[in-house]
Design a protein around this ligand. Structure first.
Ligand code: SF4
Ligand code: SF4
Length: 462
């Protein structure tokens, strides 16, 4: 068959199949920090739904009742502002910490990193460290290989299902959910979300791993825009490390024209994204610090000073001074602090009852059979507390003002009730055509639960 120029061009592959990465286990200061951060975050995720506060699940997004329980505080749809503030807080915290310390989030707190580490831990538990895993994968299929792989995937799947179950437990009270699982009575949607989330965890942390960070995560792409020469990054000090090369321990390597890097490739072998930090700053680097620990261990063995790979700034590498306080850090910090204080202030001063006074639109006022001036209103009472209250209505502002009937209203938690009321007074008591009256609503069982709202009382004043 004749080969044309075009066919030769098409033969170039546009897709490179990624090779499996086998990160070697590493010990050290940053690895301990990372393990601690992972355990705390996983602990929060798996334990929080089981804890209670005021007889309520500690964290529960109760979508069917349209309320969100968080550490004893109940948020309703009208509290949407706090969700907005929370998202703004998270965004500015990300900007602040990324400008200050690079991809701190990616390396130490991102769920993808934390769950991938958990999956790597299970993999090592079953298959052993990097050399054993590589040997096993290269070996032809055998009963032993099949058994080891089956155990690993069973462990991964059980963990993924438990993670999916816990995820749904943030939306459906987890004790009720457990009961339905035990009784094989799980509804269709809960089953779907448990399986969906389990599949996402199994796929992302078990199979795709670093590819999620490299190809799918949008944050990885734009965060470098927040970097400057004073941002803390993980770098290989090539001035000190080059020329790299092997040498005998305690030999005078400088005489041989060598730098501190012994070219052991440990920093590459521990890297979960499979890159070589010695090639410079790369977008695939998630700042997990594994290469720092790996290289520090080697430096220690060689009796060289640590920090050939380290957290530093571009300025420090160039021998220039580095600054923590810089305009972008100050601006992000001030905004972050302002949103934080505003959120705390707003939540702690949040009224648990709201009142709207709506005047009857059909008549400005009416003269009753007994000669009194009457105005009609609708009181819209919103109970934001998480228990039922009986509210008493009073009104002030005009001498001799009478609230006719309907002076109490019972409102269930998270409900809105409307109470029609009539106000009457003698015309002689009115000082103007439009007079200010103040409605006051007070819970009978808790005098601190009160709200006041101003309204107009109209009359025939000339
Ligand atoms: S280069 Fe170092 S810090 Fe970056 S991902 Fe690899 S091991 Fe982690
Ligand atoms: S771990 Fe350190 S010494 Fe070994 S190759 Fe990496 S940079 Fe060089």
């Amino acid at each position: 068959m004749k080969s044309t120029k075009n066919e030769a061009l098409v033969a170039e592959s546009l897709y490179a199949v990624s090779e499996k990465i086998y990160p070697r286990i590493v010990m050290g200061y940053f690895t301990r920090l990372k393990t601690l951060s992972g355990l705390v975050l996983l602990g929060i995720y798996y334990i929080f739904p089981w804890l209670k506060w005021d007889n309520q699940q500690l964290v529960l997004f109760d979508l069917s009742a349209r309320k969100f329980h968080f550490f004893g505080i109940t948020f309703w749809p009208q509290d949407f502002i706090y969700l907005t503030l929370l998202l703004m807080l998270a965004t500015f915290a990300l900007f602040f910490f990324t400008s200050l310390a690079g991809r701190l989030w990616c390396g130490f707190a991102c769920p993808q990193t934390i769950w991938t580490d958990a999956y790597l831990w299970m993999e090592r538990l079953v298959e052993g460290d990097r050399p054993k895993q590589m040997k096993l994968d290269k070996a032809p299929i055998s009963f032993r290989k099949f058994r080891i792989k089956t155990v690993k995937h069973t462990l991964w799947i059980v963990f993924a299902l438990f993670t999916g179950f816990t995820f749904v437990g943030f939306f459906i009270p987890i004790r009720e959910l457990t009961q339905t699982v035990i009784e094989f009575n799980l509804d269709g949607w809960s089953t779907f979300w448990i399986l969906f989330y389990a599949f996402a965890i199994y796929g992302n942390a078990g199979w795709m791993r670093e590819q999620v960070c490299t190809y799918m995560c949008p944050y990885a792409r734009f965060q470098s825009a927040m970097f400057d020469k004073n941002t803390m990054i993980i770098v290989y000090d090539d001035k000190r490390g080059e020329n790299r090369g092997s040498r005998k321990r305690n030999s005078d390597y400088k005489q041989q024209g060598l730098g501190d890097c012994i070219d052991c490739t440990m920093c590459v072998q521990v890297c979960p994204t499979g890159i070589d930090i010695r090639d410079g700053l790369q977008y695939q680097c998630i700042s997990c610090s594994a290469c720092i620990d790996a290289c520090d261990n080697i430096m220690q063995k060689m009796n060289y000073s640590q920090g050939l790979i380290r957290y530093t700034t571009e300025n420090e590498l160039d021998g220039k001074p580095s600054y923590i306080l810089r305009p972008n850090i100050v601006i992000y910090g001030v905004i972050l602090l302002a949103i934080f204080i505003g959120t705390i202030f707003g939540i702690s001063n949040r009224s648990l009852v709201e009142l709207d006074v709506i005047r009857d639109r059909n008549s400005l006022f009416r003269e009753t059979g007994t000669g009194l001036i009457e105005n009609i209103y609708k009181l819209r009472v919103m109970n934001i507390d998480n228990q039922t209250h009986n509210y008493k209505v009073t009104v002030t502002g005009i001498d001799g003002l009478q609230l006719v009937k309907n002076q109490e209203i019972i409102v269930a938690p998270g409900s809105i009730m409307t109470l029609p009321v009539r106000l009457e007074t003698e015309a002689i008591n009115l000082k103007a055509r439009s007079n200010t009256v103040i409605f006051k609503l007070i819970a009978q069982d808790n005098p601190e639960l009160l709200v006041e709202e101003e309204a107009r009382f109209l009359g025939p004043f000339n």
